[in-house]
Design a protein around this ligand. Structure first.
Ligand SMILES: *[C@@H]1O[C@H](CO)[C@@H](O)[C@H](O)[C@H]1NC(C)=O
Ligand SMILES: *[C@@H]1O[C@H](CO)[C@@H](O)[C@H](O)[C@H]1NC(C)=O
Ligand SMILES: *[C@@H]1O[C@H](CO)[C@@H](O)[C@H](O)[C@H]1NC(C)=O
Ligand SMILES: *[C@@H]1O[C@H](CO)[C@@H](O)[C@H](O)[C@H]1NC(C)=O
Ligand SMILES: *[C@@H]1O[C@H](CO)[C@@H](O)[C@H](O)[C@H]1NC(C)=O
Ligand SMILES: *[C@@H]1O[C@H](CO)[C@@H](O)[C@H](O)[C@H]1NC(C)=O
Length: 811
């Protein structure tokens, strides 16, 4: 700083051109095309740039050392400059002014006049104007963080400065190479209970929800105790905002609004590429108003839209044809005048309704909230305004309730107390009581009863399924039905030449429809004992599973004993043909492999946690991961185990579904599966991708012959680098590879309770957080695992693990 001022005194020019690397300009300096400001630690750079078109030049800020997708801010994207003569200077009133051909293109507007203004680019990526003589360091006259582009950086506030009546929101770019403002924006709306919305133009598109003291009600990913991100929400007389920061210094992360996908995306920089860490919205229920008024949307049952308890479809005909826009109305009117006869029913695991008609009182508790709500005829629901700790404060909703989501995992949501007339309460109480009896009996008993419970549960499930099936016929399935003849034509009558694989449930054929679309047809073996109705129910559910990392089910066909599933065809075939092949292995360099690993992890997480079904894959392996034309991974064969029941019979012998070599010990030996046995298979797959070696099941019980044993030995000798596949030696980033090996060993630990969930796997892979040392690994050795240890394992499983017993005598 001093040097710059000093040289300014010596030079005779009024506007001085910058020389050398500096982070700031003062009144006497200007920035011209080709010159930049660099933040003190060299993280961000400010200057002029174009995105491929030299006639469209913008002023902006980017990550200095990241070569791709590095723009974080654009001064005024609506007016690009046509040639390379723009000049940025700080005028005498302390405003930055961008001129081109002597006309002002853009300028800041700070109201205050100061003697000694300085514009400086900070290491946070914030361009600020401050008074060099000013007392307070962070009292900025202007800052770029107040006028964000499509990127939210750590430390940036999104929300309202009420004193200045200034709203700060993100706006997507029109496209990757056009920074002009797109339709998608994200900001806080100042309802009594302020809420973050994503807007498509002027229409609500997705609600992140109001801040409930722990997180935004619609953002279950925001876990307050996570090791990576810190979230902050502030609402007072002067400002309402939220911001996030990284707990670990040195890591690089950003949130970007993407117009093409209409998503809010969280990225982490891996050292070589941006890793997509999470996206919102995640499913249809996240789309604003997917179901109409007084409904909840859920991904765990069909149909996705359900009337709230005590409500019925407004127009049943449309409702039944899956047009849910009319929503639901009360079955019986509220009595209201006779206060005693209304009441409330609590519903857990929700994203709370749209807050446009709300009232908040932070000073009263839940009981007073109830009374207050009961006393106002238009109050329809209430809950705590802050659910942190024991919960406090009161928020009430008036009129119809909109955009409620029910989470498959209840702890992701919160409770809402919904107003109902006495008659409805009575019938609900009835139903609830019978449920409680079942639950307490389970809680009070031991493993034996646990088993009985699972048997019972399956019976109950079967019963309700049969009931559903009476109501649903094949012809109202929302999965497209293919005609058998079409498929026979497409696959050359299931010719051997068209056969591309053999899965656990039958062969797979490649086909081509008349419109030239390529398909993959899975021909399920006809010996399955399952009835057509149960089967169609399952297929309907599986068809609803949609994620960029899952192979898409296009339709099905059941005719003349044939049960066919039709999938999109994946040009590049399966992952095993790449990683276990010396030549093709080179096509998948390390950045691509890392991308593949993340994709598989996200797909699996979706199956485990985010999808409506909570699917355990049970047969994750390299040949079940397919690659599309851009080498994006897509998990295939998910849900088939579910559609066919765990004890799928083939020749009517009970057998464990899965592939030896990928199977967790507790599953291989005792048929116990959980999401943690999938995590084990993921660990094997991860190791195979890094090493390029197939893990073989052991017949001789000699651990060191298996990949896992080999990896474990090298890891303990601190020689893990020797594991790296020679095909990726040149392209790999050592810390990333080591991290992957470390995470894979954590997934391979013997006790399911020790293994991480897929959520933590993704967190661990995408950050630089410190990892624990793996404990003893679970090798597949049927003789060393005795039953005593297995029942011990049962205790270690968390309630999240969704334990299922496939076949207790499967050994
Ligand atoms: C950007 O330029 C347009 C067109 O001149 C103008 O209307 C708009 O206010 C400018 N935006 C900012 C932030 O300066
Ligand atoms: C610069 O401005 C002058 C007058 O305003 C105009 O005649 C000239 O064409 C402009 N030059 C460019 C390169 O835009
Ligand atoms: C805040 O600004 C908006 C327009 O940007 C205006 O309509 C509104 O009245 C202003 N509010 C206050 C309190 O000044
Ligand atoms: C976004 O808005 C545009 C026009 O306002 C509309 O055509 C489009 O369908 C909307 N997209 C979504 C996903 O709502
Ligand atoms: C919510 O309650 C917790 C615990 O009582 C308190 O620490 C926190 O400040 C409250 N948050 C808000 C936003 O009021
Ligand atoms: C009920 O609440 C609404 C919204 O706050 C308010 O407008 C109305 O006056 C209240 N009615 C009574 C009877 O308190």
């Amino acid at each position: 700083m001093k040097i710059v001022l000093f040289s300014a005194l010596l030079m005779p020019f009024y506007w001085l051109c910058l020389s050398g690397e500096t982070s700031s300009i003062t009144q006497s300096q200007s920035l011209s095309y080709g010159k930049t400001l660099v933040s003190p630690s060299g993280i961000f750079e400010l200057g002029f740039f174009n995105l491929g078109n030299p006639n469209k030049i913008y002023l902006g800020i980017w990550y200095k050392n990241i070569p791709l997708q590095n723009m974080v801010w654009v001064a005024n994207s609506s007016i690009p400059i046509k040639d390379s003569s723009p000049i940025l200077k700080l005028d005498s009133s302390g405003n930055l002014v961008l001129t081109h051909n002597n006309t002002i293109v853009w300028s800041t507007s700070s109201p205050e006049r100061v003697w000694n203004p300085v514009a400086e680019l900070l290491d946070s990526g914030n361009l600020v104007i401050r008074d060099e003589n000013g007392a307070k360091e962070d009292a900025y006259l202007w800052q770029s963080f107040d006028y964000p582009s499509n990127t939210m950086l750590p430390g940036m506030k999104i929300g309202w400065d009420l004193k200045r009546n200034l709203s700060t929101c993100l706006v997507a770019w029109k496209s990757d190479d056009d920074p002009t403002q797109g339709d998608l924006s994200l900001g806080i709306t100042l309802h009594p209970y302020p809420e973050v919305y994503m807007m498509n133009g002027t229409k609500k598109y997705h609600r992140l929800g109001p801040w409930n003291g722990l997180r935004f009600s619609g953002m279950p990913l925001m876990k307050p105790n996570n090791p990576i991100y810190h979230y902050e929400f502030v609402s007072n007389q002067e400002e309402v905002y939220y911001r996030w920061s990284l707990k670990q210094t040195g890591s690089i992360s950003k949130v970007v609004l993407n117009q093409a996908t209409l998503e809010r995306r969280l990225y982490v920089w891996s050292g070589k590429s941006w890793i997509l860490y999470s996206t919102m919205p995640q499913d249809n229920c996240d789309h604003y108003g997917f179901c109409g008024a007084n409904t909840y949307c859920t991904t765990s049952v069909l149909p996705m839209c359900q009337c709230l308890n005590g409500f019925k479809p407004k127009s049943p005909e449309e409702w039944n044809s899956m047009d849910w826009s009319e929503g639901c109305v009360q079955k019986h009117p509220l009595s209201c005048r006779d206060k005693l006869s209304d009441g409330f029913v609590p519903v857990d695991g929700l994203k709370v309704p749209d807050t446009k008609d709300t009232f908040v009182d932070e000073t009263i508790d839940l009981k007073q909230c109830r009374t207050k709500c009961l006393n106002n005829c238009s109050c329809m629901a209430y809950t705590n305004s802050n659910i942190s700790g024991a919960g406090s404060g009161c928020v009430m909703w008036f009129g119809d309730l909109f955009d409620i989501k029910l989470y498959p995992v209840p702890e992701n949501g919160q409770s809402l107390y919904i107003r109902l007339p006495a008659s409805e309460l009575e019938s609900i109480r009835h139903k609830r009581n019978s449920k409680i009896i079942i639950v307490t009996s389970v809680a009070a008993t031991l493993v034996v009863t646990l088993a009985i419970y699972f048997v019972c549960r399956r019976k109950f499930a079967d019963k309700s399924k049969t009931k559903e099936n009476i109501e649903s016929h094949i012809d109202d399935m929302d999965v497209p039905l293919f005609d058998l003849l079409t498929i026979i034509t497409a696959t050359n009558n299931f010719s051997l030449n068209n056969k591309i694989g053999q899965g656990g449930f039958g062969p797979v054929y490649k086909g081509e429809l008349v419109d030239r679309r390529q398909i993959a047809v899975k021909r399920l073996s006809t010996s399955s004992g399952q009835g057509i109705n149960e089967f169609t129910t399952e297929v309907k559910l599986i068809a609803k599973l949609q994620h960029r990392n899952l192979v898409k089910l296009l339709g099905c066909c059941f005719q003349e004993q044939e049960k066919l599933l039709i999938y999109e065809y994946m040009v590049n075939g399966s992952l095993d043909t790449f990683i276990f092949d010396q030549v093709k292995g080179k096509l998948l360099d390390w950045p691509r492999r890392f991308h593949v690993i993340f994709g598989i992890a996200r797909g699996l997480l979706y199956l485990h946690q985010d999808s409506r079904l909570r699917i355990i894959h049970r047969d994750l392996k390299a040949s079940n991961v397919l690659l599309d034309e851009n080498l994006n991974p897509k998990i295939s064969d998910f849900g088939t185990a579910r559609a066919f029941g765990g004890d799928q019979t083939e020749g009517n012998t009970k057998r464990v579904v899965g592939t030896y070599g990928y199977m967790a010990p507790e599953y291989a030996v005792a048929g116990l599966f959980s999401i943690k046995s999938d995590v084990f298979s993921f660990g094997i797959l991860l190791l195979e991708i890094v090493c390029g070696i197939k893990n073989k099941a052991l017949c001789d019980g000699n651990q060191t012959n298996s990949l896992v044993g080999y990896a474990w030995t090298l890891w303990k000798e601190k020689n893990a680098l020797q594991l790296i596949d020679s095909s990726i030696k040149d392209s790999c980033v050592i810390p990333e590879v080591l991290r992957c090996i470390h995470v894979s060993l954590l997934c391979l630990q013997q006790y399911p309770g020790d293994r991480p969930t897929m959520t933590s796997v993704i967190q661990m892979l995408g950050s630089e957080m410190e990892l624990v040392e793996p404990k003893e690994l679970g090798f597949f050795q049927s003789r060393t695992l005795d039953e005593g240890k297995l029942s011990f394992n049962l205790d270690l499983m968390t309630s999240n693990d969704e334990l299922t017993i496939t076949s207790l005598n499967g050994r």
